[in-house]
Design a binder for this molecule. Structure first.
Ligand SMILES: Nc1ncnc2c1ncn2[C@@H]1O[C@H](COP(=O)(O)OP(=O)(O)OP(=O)(O)O)[C@@H](O)[C@H]1O
Ligand SMILES: [Mg+2]
Length: 277
């Protein structure tokens, strides 16, 4: 599959809840795009990821992959197309090697090690008491949150699915650990249709589109610049209050936080380039 995702008037309520959790969601993600989904806690962001992997089906509307309704695809095939990094990293009882290999059963040791290197996990794995054969278990304290996240990234690398869904990939990590997962994450995202659910908007300037979910509805959609200019829900999430309330608005185009990463798919020309136009 190429990884073209469509949400068509999708509404959803959990089986045991009368309240609609998602309402009339309508958007598409084209192959290779990065779409960031943000919004308040409880807005329905993780639910959207669960529908995409068919842990639940929409109550109304349809979700398509390359134009095919998800319920028209064999479940196993569908899940091979989607690498999901859930909000809580799933660790299985087994060795580090087995925990990476479950991304693609049958993977060779060489493939596992390559995935671990790409995920910046190889170096800390090799200093564990038994290296790749070190046993780990759910709730393990032997590895830090950032290390567990890099195991999860290695697992997703190995899966090599065209669609990647990241649910809060840096939540719960301190600033140093979060920085350590950014480069492996970017490597993982490269060339894949990526839906990244996050409150951390440091990658937002690099996104092709941002969806702001509020109370289960799509409140706003556009690029980082477009949504800042709108000065609505996204601007309230993205900008510190001091900038938001500045009367001139001139400060708005350059948030005070870290410098914006280059747009993902452009060959960002250097400002110092001496090449003639
Ligand atoms: N299994 C479930 N059964 C019933 N209601 C649920 C279930 N899971 C989530 N909900 C409810 O659905 C709503 C959306 O939850 P969801 O986990 O999608 O929010 P979220 O946007 O991911 O929030 P957060 O930013 O805190 O992760 C919430 O009101 C939540 O209580
Ligand atoms: Mg969530």
């Amino acid at each position: 599959m190429r990884g073209w995702i469509g949400f068509h008037q999708v509404s959803f309520h959990y089986p045991d809840s009368p309240r609609a959790c998602l309402r009339d969601l309508e958007f598409t993600v084209r192959p290779g795009e990065l779409v960031i989904v943000t919004g308040a806690s409880g807005a329905g962001k993780s639910t959207l990821a669960k529908l995409l992997s068919r842990f639940y089906d929409p109550s109304a509307g349809a979700i398509t992959l390359d134009g095919v309704p998800l319920d028209g695809l064999p479940l196993r095939f569908l899940r091979e197309q989607i690498a999901l990094l859930p909000q809580q990293t799933l660790i299985l009882n087994g060795t580090v090697r087995e925990n990476i290999a479950c991304g693609r059963p049958g993977a060779t040791d060489t493939e596992i090690e390559r995935a671990a290197r790409d995920a910046a996990a190889h170096d800390f794995i090799t200093v564990l008491p038994e290296g790749y054969d070190t046993p780990i278990a759910p709730g393990t304290a032997a590895l830090s949150g950032g290390q567990l996240q890099r195991i999860a990234i290695a697992r997703a690398m190995l899966r090599s699915a065209p669609v990647l869904v990241l649910d809060e990939p840096t939540a719960g990590l301190d600033a140093i650990a979060a920085r350590q997962v950014v480069r492996p994450l970017r490597r993982l995202m490269s060339g894949r249709t990526t839906i990244m659910i996050t409150h951390d908007l440091s990658l937002a300037p690099a996104a092709d589109r941002i969806l702001v979910i509020d109370g289960g509805r799509l409140a706003e959609t556009g690029t980082h610049e477009e949504l800042l200019a709108r000065d609505g829900a996204y601007a309230r999430l993205a900008l510190p209050p001091a900038l938001r309330w500045s009367s001139s608005g001139r400060t708005r185009s350059s948030p005070a936080s870290a410098p914006a990463p280059p747009r993902r798919r452009s060959a960002a020309p250097s400002a110092r380039s001496t090449a003639p136009d």
